[in-house]
Design a protein around this ligand. Structure first.
Ligand code: ATR
Length: 271
């Protein structure tokens, strides 16, 4: 049976095996999907062992995405833009290929939520890997302008430089006073029970507040957005499932339906 796996450290919390097994069952694909705990200094060895044992493809999560990027012999355009790889596979010529489906996963989820991306203006908060990977796919989907705001402004500037005038970088106190239809939190602030410290005026025209994190309860950012009257709030569970669906498509050439899997995960989280 074809074998796939997600590599990370830690990996216990990973929902990827659950998601990919549901995808496979729904499409009648025969495959195995495991979670592999790679030692912090041993990702390359873990991957090699997996391939030697017949492994066909992998997902890569924290903290190995940049290392996977350096390991890949062939990089997709979106992996190059993100500077990180979350999907690995071996092509017919035996070359190790790296792709990044996180950004397109975000776009698919925004579309699922009914967001009108075309000609929209987006406020993107945070300047880590999560933001970097999202910008290219958002622009490809027709977004008119992205304001990239980060607590540490210089990091936002470093990312914006590679995207020309379509991405404007700033700190939290000098965000331009323009209407944002969508505000996306790509910071890890929710992990410590915080939210990005931006002024409420930036939510005034916002129809959708999105947090890339997810959990049993709405994140502090989503709670705040609701309090401030944003009509729709969504966490990153849909993005997680959608990025997995893109990886599945790369490996198997079949597109799984994400709706049922998101529902199953939501039920699991709130059980
Ligand atoms: P990832 O790869 O998941 O994006 P990262 O590279 O560690 O993670 O980046 C974390 C992001 O969250 C950064 O933009 C960080 O802001 P700084 O660059 O100023 O450190 C942001 N972040 C983390 N905690 C935050 C908080 N409490 N408030 C605002 N931003 C926060």
């Amino acid at each position: 049976m074809d074998r796939y796996a997600v590599f990370g450290n830690p990996i216990n919390h990973s929902k990827s095996p659950f998601i990919h097994r549901l995808f496979a069952a729904s499409l009648g694909e025969q495959l195995e999907y495991d979670a592999i705990l790679a030692p912090l200094d041993g990702f390359a060895d873990s991957w090699q062992q997996f391939v030697a044992a017949g492994g066909k493809g992998g997902n890569v999560t924290v903290p190995f995405k940049e290392q996977a990027y350096r390991m890949a012999e062939i990089l997709s355009a979106r992996a190059r833009q993100a500077g990180a790889v979350n999907t690995l596979y071996i092509n017919e010529a035996g070359k190790l290929c790296g792709d990044n489906t996180d950004g397109i996963g975000l776009v698919s989820d925004l579309v699922r939520l009914g967001a009108n991306l075309h000609a929209s203006t987006i406020l993107l908060l945070g300047a880590g890997g999560a933001s970097r990977g999202a910008i290219g796919p958002l622009l490809d989907a027709g977004v008119k302008q992205i304001v990239l705001a980060n607590r540490t402004q210089s990091k936002a500037q470093a990312i914006a430089r590679s995207f020309d005038h379509l991405v404007v970088a700033c700190g939290y106190t000098d965000i331009p006073s323009i209407p944002f239809q969508i505000v996306i939190n790509a910071t890890s602030s929710g992990l410590t029970g915080e939210r990005p410290d931006i002024a409420a005026e930036h939510l005034q025209h916002c129809q959708l507040a999105y947090d890339m994190l997810y959990g049993a309860k709405p994140t502090p950012f989503l709670q705040w957005a609701k309090l401030r009257g944003v009509a729709q709030q969504a966490d990153g569970l849909g993005m997680l499932v959608a990025q997995a669906a893109e990886a599945f498509y790369i490996w198997r050439g079949k597109r799984p339906d994400i709706y049922e899997v998101i529902k199953a995960l939501q039920e699991q989280l709130t059980a």
